[in-house]
Design a protein around this ligand. Sequence first.
Ligand code: FE2
Length: 199
Amino acid sequence: MSLKLDRSVFGNSVNEGNVLSNEEATQLLNDWVKNDRLKLHMKQVAYLMKSWAAEKEGLNEAGQWRWEMAGLLHDADWDQWPDLHCKKIIEELESKNVDPEIIHAIASHGPNHFGVEPETNMDKMLYAFDELSGLTNAYSLMRPEGYAGMELKGIKKRFKEKGFAANVSREEIVDAMTRAGVDLEEIMQFIIERQGQVS
Ligand SMILES: [Fe+2]
């Protein structure tokens, strides 16, 4: 089964600047995603994206929401329509006239799966956060204290253990960091310090 999108243009440039409201995006998330773990993953990635947009990109609230929205909806079609993963949410957002940059970020969050290269900083950071966020969450679940007191050396150790969260591709994580031009340990620390705040 291929999830390749076989497209390079997403959305329509006349829709630049169009976003869903927070309520609309949350409604879509709740309507489509029935798996609570997946929903939490999407909220975690959304929070990391918003935080990065604010702290590292210096974006205002509207800019932060664009990044957050991409994170919040990037896997919206994953549990109910795995064969249509990415395609279905892209078409939904296109039908709602959403800004093409946000749709492109979702389309390129797994270049090896969807065949779309991350181009913008938003694209690259969504790809960078996605798998590592999942690995960090898996680590929190095996710690009695969850995220409290989590240290960089702990997550580095799990990262090296191939059997831990074996479905998380270490190669993709390294590829994502390289493309984004960010340091793996810096992103690990960034996630450790923020992800526990999401519920
Ligand atoms: Fe994801």
